[in-house]
Ligand binder design. Structure first.
Ligand code: GLV
Ligand code: MN
Ligand code: MN
Ligand code: MN
Length: 397
């Protein structure tokens, strides 16, 4: 069995299974198990282990005792509800294996190489995507982060305290210690037809909370003409988001909904839908939101319901470092595909502050954020080899 297969197996049962998918939310027992695994991997390799104020885990390999900024690689360990096993963990596992490979080859880097695992990348628990990296770069206010609540009403501050993390330590981390950041990730569509590609950019994207309010009432006695039913306005919003996305050449999804009181025989008083929207340009994304917002407002007026839309987290247009892309192409071969992604990543957040690039590993199903997400072991091994080559290039030259 390969080193990849061996290490990958260690995660197979944590927080789910390949068939049912994984539920690995930040600061929960499943994620804690992954944190313990990360620490054990660092110890086993004699890497310096550290957890910063945003609960990002770090493992540092610095055999030559080099001073100065580090080349950072890694990804995240949390998942969407019932997500695939590769989104996130592949980048962390590959990082440890790339260090093993460089060691075996006798490489002594001139810069430290650090492996990072960022917290709450998916925003599955507290709603804000890439929360750990946003806090690190100062893009998200720590006070606002502490007050975020999960679906059970637990604040982020409470969630941290339960694991003995100090919520007061959330906040920006100096980035002058980072020479470059490379995130390896499973590709999340069907765009990559060879084992490994290089990321060029991330589509502008964001999450918006849509609140619809009306009048809760009896399903049997309330005349159809007397209703102020927020479910109708919500239903319209789902269809309108799909239509507007097609019209604008963008992507829009409503993948989460909460209904109050959520009873078959009651007209709801309140419905909340979460909109995820993405486009190749900020202009297109803005145009989609403006058009959708006005169409829903018109519909709400007709339904006699209230409608508000609030941004939960947004990410602007991101292009990865041209210089790093060129160096990756040089190292991996001129014919290595360079491709954009519609998915969000900590690399996208960090690229605003430090030179950043991504490597993608082919996904044979093209599915992600669902149990069918896959990568072949051989492709993952090619990913490790590619990551090691890029790390060597960035840390030795
Ligand atoms: C996270 O993976 C996202 O793209 O939403
Ligand atoms: Mn994801
Ligand atoms: Mn991811
Ligand atoms: Mn992501």
């Amino acid at each position: 069995m390969s080193a990849f297969t061996d290490l990958w197996r260690e995660l197979a049962d944590v927080g789910g299974s390949p068939e049912q998918g994984y539920v690995r939310f930040a600061w929960t027992p499943a994620e804690w198990e992954l944190r313990s695994w990360f620490r054990a991997q660092a110890r086993y390799r004699d890497l310096a282990f550290e957890v910063d104020g945003n609960t990002t885990m770090w493992a540092t390999w610095n055999p030559g005792g080099a001073a100065g900024p580090a080349v950072v690689t890694g990804s995240h360990l949390d998942s969407v509800p019932h997500g695939g096993g590769y989104d996130g963990p592949l980048g962390v596992v590959s990082a440890f294996l790339a260090v093993d490979l460089l060691r075996r080859r006798g490489v002594t880097p001139a810069r430290p190489i650090r492996i990072a695992a960022f917290a709450e990348e998916e925003g599955s628990r507290f709603g804000v995507a890439c929360l750990g990296s946003r806090l690190m770069t100062g893009a998200f206010d720590p006070g606002r982060a502490r007050a975020l609540t999960d679906r059970d009403g637990v604040t982020l501050a409470e969630a941290l305290s339960r694991y003995d993390f100090d919520p007061a330590r959330l906040g920006p981390v100096p980035l002058d210690g980072v020479h470059a950041f490379v995130e390896l990730h499973v590709e999340q569509g069907r765009a990559l037809t060879v084992p490994v590609g290089i990321g060029s950019s991330v589509w502008p994207h964001g999450r918006w909370r849509m609140d619809f309010t009306g009048e809760g009432n009896h399903a049997g006695t309330t005349l159809m003409g007397d209703r102020r039913d927020p479910m109708l306005t919500y239903a319209f919003s789902v269809l309108a988001a799909n239509k507007e996305a097609r019209v604008h050449g963008a992507h829009a999804t409503v993948g989460r909904v909460a209904v109050h009181p959520n009873a078959t025989n009651a007209i709801p008083s309140r419905v909340t839908g979460w909109l995820d929207a993405r486009a190749a340009s900020t202009e297109t994304l803005d145009a989609l939101l403006a058009s959708l917002g006005s169409k829903i407002a018109t519909r709400a007026a007709r339904d006699g319901t209230g409608f508000t839309i609030t941004a939960e987290s947004t990410t602007g247009e991101i292009g990865f470092s041209d210089a790093l892309i060129r160096r990756c192409v040089t190292v991996l071969g001129e014919d290595t595909p360079v491709l954009p992604t519609g998915a969000g990543h900590d690399a996208g957040v960090l690229s605003g502050s430090v030179p950043t690039v991504m490597l993608f590993v082919r996904n044979p199903t093209g599915v992600s954020h669902a149990p069918a997400e896959r990568a072949e072991d051989e492709d993952c091994e090619a990913g490790v080899t590619a990551l090691a080559a890029v790390l060597e290039e960035l840390a030795c030259r």
